[in-house]
Each structure stands twice: as C-alpha cells, then as structure tokens.
Design a protein around this ligand. Structure first.
Ligand code: DX5
Ligand code: ZN
Length: 219
C-alpha cells in the first residue's frame, strides 16, 4: 500500500496550521520535515521549531530528513522535539553505526538517506539497525528538481536485498514524486513517497484528490 509523506518545506508556511489540518484530512500518512544546514547541502529549510509546531498540531508520524553535517550531535534535540523517524546521510556521519545507534537509543525509528551517487553497499553493515531507507531521486537540497531515473533500479536492488533478510525495512523515496514517477518506483519496492512541489504543492491542487490519485496510481 502506498503511503504519502507531504514535504512540509513545500507547504505555505504562512498558513502552517491550515496546511497541516488540510493535509491530515486529505490522507497524509506522515509529515516529511527537511532540515538543512547550508553545509551538507547549499540551502536552509526547516528546523526544530517547525517540527515542534507540526507535532503540536497533529498526531501523524513525522519523518525528519537531516541534510546536515555531523548529525550525531543533534539527534537528541530532534528526538526531543518530536521526530518519530530520523534519517541521516552516511556521508555526513564520521561514524555511521554510532549515529544510528544514537537514534535507536533515543527510542526513534532509524533511517538512512541515500543520495543518487551513493551506493546501497554503504548500509550493508548496518542493516540490522535500520528501519527505513530513504532513496533520493534528486540530489538533496532543493525542491522542484528533475527526477533521476537511477533511483528505480537502486530501489529494486535494495528491495531484493531486504527481502533476503528477516527484518521489515521500509523503502521511502524523496524527490520529484508525481503520478508519473510513483508507478515504476512502487513496482521496484518503494512504499512511502515524499510529495513536494512535483505532485502535491501546486497551484489549484486539491490535496485530497492529489493524495488519493497518488495512492491509486500504481494499478
Ligand atoms: C529535496 C527534499 C524534498 C523535496 C521534494 O532535498 O528533500 O523533500 O521537497 O519535493 P519535489 O522534488 O517534488 O519538489
Ligand atoms: Zn527530504
């Protein structure tokens, strides 16, 4: 079953409460919170206060996508602010295993985000800790980029590897998600789709219709 995770940085932040309420009513399954530090990626986005605000307004699970250097120093802060799933990028961590254990010990779901240029082999030794893998189908840092099709084959290989193990690791995908990119990604094994400017936050889009269409577009 397809789950949709609206990318809150793409919402109208001047009406955040209305946006959260509408997205929840429209069938959002998660809220995706993009955090950038201007170093790991050349941009800034949401932060701790935005996460706290979203948590205050909704009970939907939040997935916090940390596009920041040395994320191990900030795990506790985001855990305390209400993150349910925390994703880190392996390239940003000096000690990936230690960072993932920190997320786990905070009682949060452990996530790893893989850039388009990053091989799935970097998570081979930590698969026993991971709960979610976020496959990037654009280079992280900006909304509205072009879909990188290599994500499809990467998800198929990842999915095959996961099926050989005993743990239920979920595959999420982030970047240029729309009615045209969901079907091949779903077919490959992705189940959670981060919806940003490509598929959801567009002028004149009705959130309920857009989310329903995305959830049904793979048949
Ligand atoms: C990219 C962000 C995404 C982005 C995706 O760095 O992580 O969450 O908002 O939305 P699109 O690609 O549809 O604008
Ligand atoms: Zn993201």
């Amino acid at each position: 079953m397809i789950k949709i995770s609206p990318s809150i940085m793409c919402a109208d932040l001047s009406y955040l409460a209305d946006e959260i309420k509408s997205l929840e009513a429209a069938g959002a399954d998660y809220f995706h919170i993009d955090v950038m530090d201007g170093i790991f990626v050349p941009n800034f986005s949401l932060g701790l206060h935005d996460l706290q605000a979203v948590k205050k307004m909704s009970r939907i699970e939040t997935e916090v996508h940390l596009m920041i250097s040395q994320p191990q120093d900030y795990i506790q802060l985001f855990a305390d602010a209400g993150a349910d799933i925390i994703y880190v990028h392996p390239e940003a961590c000096t000690h990936l295993h230690r960072t993932l254990m920190k997320i786990k010990l905070c009682g949060k779901k452990v996530g790893v985000a893989l850039n388009p240029g990053t091989s799935i082999s970097v998570i081979e030794e930590v698969m026993d800790i991971i709960d979610y893998v976020l496959v990037m189908s654009v280079d992280p840092g900006f909304a509205g980029q072009t879909f990188i099709p290599g994500a499809i084959d990467k998800i198929a290989r990842l999915s095959e590897g996961i099926s050989l193990g005993t743990r239920d690791i979920k595959i999420s995908v982030d970047g240029a998600i729309s009615l045209s990119t969901i079907p091949p990604l779903y077919e490959a094994g992705a189940r959670i789709f981060v919806a940003g400017t490509s598929g959801l936050f567009r002028d004149d889009v009705d959130y309920s219709t857009a989310i329903e269409n995305m959830k049904n577009c793979h048949q």
